[in-house]
Design a protein around this ligand. Structure first.
Ligand SMILES: Nc1ncnc2c1ncn2[C@@H]1O[C@H](COP(=O)(O)OP(=O)(O)O)[C@@H](O)[C@H]1O
Ligand SMILES: [Mg+2]
Length: 261
């Protein structure tokens, strides 16, 4: 254990699935408020790294330290309490519930037990014991929705939103309780170019407002290079290159790894 410093430090992180080596000795540091982009070809370990940082996978060896404490044995729920929020590549919204209900669920899920999550998924939104929580959650959710152009949509079912709006809503849900570190896996996958630009502007505004650090996996390199302070390139589970967006974009090793893609 070291001094609390708000940093995320991965040291020699390895992750194996049988004979498959998903991460092969990753060293990476993310400073408070820093925005770090992760790039790499398919199968290079980007999602695995996000899964390790968010507690969904346990590294086979190596360590992950956040704010001075080892976190690589913690579950996602515990990490959310410590300030690490994660957004999945595929949407995890409830289409039959309204925009506001989905927002509330984001917070309730983050704070409740696995049983609460199951109950929530089954449709009975929150149990009696969570009523109090729901009050504050509702206030914060409503404020965030109206600040971000969703005010008029609060009572609309999520199923009738556009795909871009749903991706945006999922990001909003992750920051309802502002994290210290936000982990995003392909936040613009499947969205139109114009929607990707909206998501970029919103993300930059929230990052400035709340001051969290961000780790983003993203295939749209131009988009990512606009947002990231630093870029890490992975290949076969190891760091191929690291530096400013300009440095990584100009790196001959990175360029050759991207030839033909
Ligand atoms: N749960 C898992 N079980 C087995 N293999 C996995 C699992 N998760 C990831 N992998 C493997 O780890 C490697 C890296 O995958 P992934 O992290 O998803 O790459 P990326 O996100 O860069 O496309 C791949 O070979 C993938 O098949
Ligand atoms: Mg992936």
């Amino acid at each position: 254990m070291s001094e609390p410093d708000g940093r995320l430090v991965c040291t020699d992180v390895k992750l194996r699935f049988g004979g498959i080596v998903a991460l092969d000795g990753v060293h990476m540091t993310v400073e408070p408020r820093e925005v770090v982009g992760i790039i790499g070809p398919n199968g290079s370990g980007k999602t695995s790294l996000i899964n390790v940082l968010s507690g969904y996978y346990r590294p086979t060896s190596g360590s992950v330290v956040f704010d001075g404490r080892r976190i690589d044995r913690h579950r996602p729920q515990e990490l959310r309490r410590r300030g690490i929020a994660r957004v999945f590549q595929n949407l995890r919204l409830y289409n039959g519930l309204t925009v506001l209900e989905n927002m509330e669920l984001g917070l309730v899920q983050d704070m409740s037990s696995a049983l609460g999550v199951v109950r929530a998924t089954c449709g009975s939104i929150v149990g009696r014991r969570q009523t109090k929580l729901r009050g504050t959650a509702r206030e914060r959710a409503s404020a965030l929705l109206s600040e971000n152009g969703f005010g008029a949509l609060a009572a609309i079912r999520v199923g009738s939103l556009s795909y871009g709006q749903r991706k945006e809503l999922e990001l909003l849900r992750a920051i309802i309780e502002p994290p210290r570190l936000l982990l995003l896996d392909e936040p613009t996958s499947g969205v139109a170019h114009s929607d990707a630009d909206v998501i970029k502007e919103r993300l930059l505004a929230w990052q400035a407002q709340f001051g969290f650090a961000v780790v983003i996996v993203e295939h749209r390199l131009g988009w990512l290079f606009d947002v990231a302070h630093r870029v890490v390139a992975l290949s076969s589970g190891t760091l191929l290159a690291e530096g400013s967006p300009e440095e990584v974009a100009a790196d001959p090793v990175v360029r050759s790894a991207y030839v033909g893609s």
